[in-house]
Design a protein around this ligand. Structure first.
Ligand code: UT7
Length: 315
């Protein structure tokens, strides 16, 4: 049994399909333009799958995190996959990955859906699982193939989202403090995607309502986490928000009175990849040398549900 209370992200990896779709490409299929999309959102392009499945994306991201951390997979004690659009209703993508990655069979493998908060829910659930595990690590993946559930006639939503996957290996630690925050405020109208056969299975969104939810909820979650940690906004080295809209991140920066330089942004390249957005961001930051040992970070996701999930992390 593990008795350590903190959490360390040991390694991260990400993967995005090679096929990129620019704003100009979208303007050929729906009434939109690069000027509108980039000025209202900050998004310039996104990646859409062609032949690959969500499991393929998740596998590549997981493999990368395992290799970068030099992880012995027999030490992995749980596999949690966060996704809005699983490849199957059942089995869970995490079970298929158990087989593909050769993970232990005596560990829990399952999917969760907390929309764009999924990865942040995922690491907190995985942390709980490690408390009752005799194994060292958990594998947490955020993966999306949202291009398959976009209504390409709805310019208010189809220009925003992209496909990709990010993965993290986590372990309990006494040397890395961890404080989390999760919540939900049920709503089936602002952001939803039906799942009944015979109905169009497309994402529907009231964008400005989601925007208002985000700009009030993310700062609240940050202050909740800071309270738990006994820290002030200035004590945090870097903030990683769900990559949905640059204007949302700018509003958060103003509300918590922290400069935009402290906020990582890569939504220009990926669009909104829902539960994959935060782990892709962490993995890119790691590759770019932007994460240094000892760094204090707060990550916050928000999305359909409506949900939010955030955490204070030490590197
Ligand atoms: O992961 C969580 C998921 N979602 C989000 O985080 C989304 C949060 N919301 C947003 O990011 C923003 O609300 C949007 C980017 C979705 C929309 O931005 P907005 O500034 O709230 O625009 P709006 O919806 O108020 O629309 C303004 C105008 C409308 O035209 P009229 O009625 O003023 O003539 C829209 O029809 O912009 C029009 N419009 C577009 N025009 C060109 C909406 N989408 C587009 C488009 N291209 N793609």
């Amino acid at each position: 049994m593990n008795i350590k209370k903190g959490l360390r992200i040991v390694s991260v990896g990400h993967y995005a399909p090679a096929n990129t779709v620019t704003n100009d490409d979208l303007s050929k299929i729906v009434d939109t333009n690069d000027e509108w999309i980039s000025s209202r959102t900050g998004i310039r392009r996104r990646h859409f799958v062609e032949d690959e499945t969500g499991i393929d994306l998740a596998y590549n991201a997981a493999k990368s995190a395992i290799e970068k951390g030099n992880i012995d997979i027999s030490d992995i004690g749980a596999c949690v996959v966060a996704t809005v659009r699983a490849d199957y209703v059942t089995p869970a993508m995490a079970c298929v990955l158990q087989k593909k990655l050769g993970l232990n069979t005596d560990i829990p493998c399952f999917d969760i859906n907390a929309a764009c908060s999924g990865f942040m829910y995922g690491i907190q659930i995985a942390r709980g699982l490690l408390f009752q595990s005799d194994k060292k690590y958990a594998l947490v993946i955020g993966v999306e193939t949202l291009s398959k559930i976009l209504n390409m006639e709805d310019r208010g939503s189809c220009v925003l989202f992209g496909d990709g996957a990010g993965a993290a290996i986590i372990e309990l630690s006494d040397d890395h403090k961890f404080y989390g925050d999760m919540g939900a405020k049920g709503d089936e109208e602002v952001l939803f995607c039906p799942n009944d056969p015979g109905i169009d299975r497309y994402v529907s969104m009231k964008g400005s309502d989601v925007f208002k939810f985000a700009v009030s909820t993310v700062p609240k979650s940050i202050f909740t986490i800071l309270d738990k940690a006994g820290l002030q906004p200035d004590d945090i080295d870097v903030y990683v928000c769900h990559q949905a809209n640059k204007r949302i991140i700018e509003s958060v920066s103003k509300k918590i009175k922290q400069p935009m330089e402290k906020f990582f942004i890569n939504l220009d390249e990926y669009g909104n990849t829902s539960s994959a957005s935060i782990p892709i961001a962490l993995s890119e930051m790691m590759e770019k040398g932007l994460i240094k040992p000892g760094m204090k970070m707060i990550c916050v996701g928000f999305g359909a549900g409506l949900t939010w999930g955030g955490a204070y992390l030490e590197w």
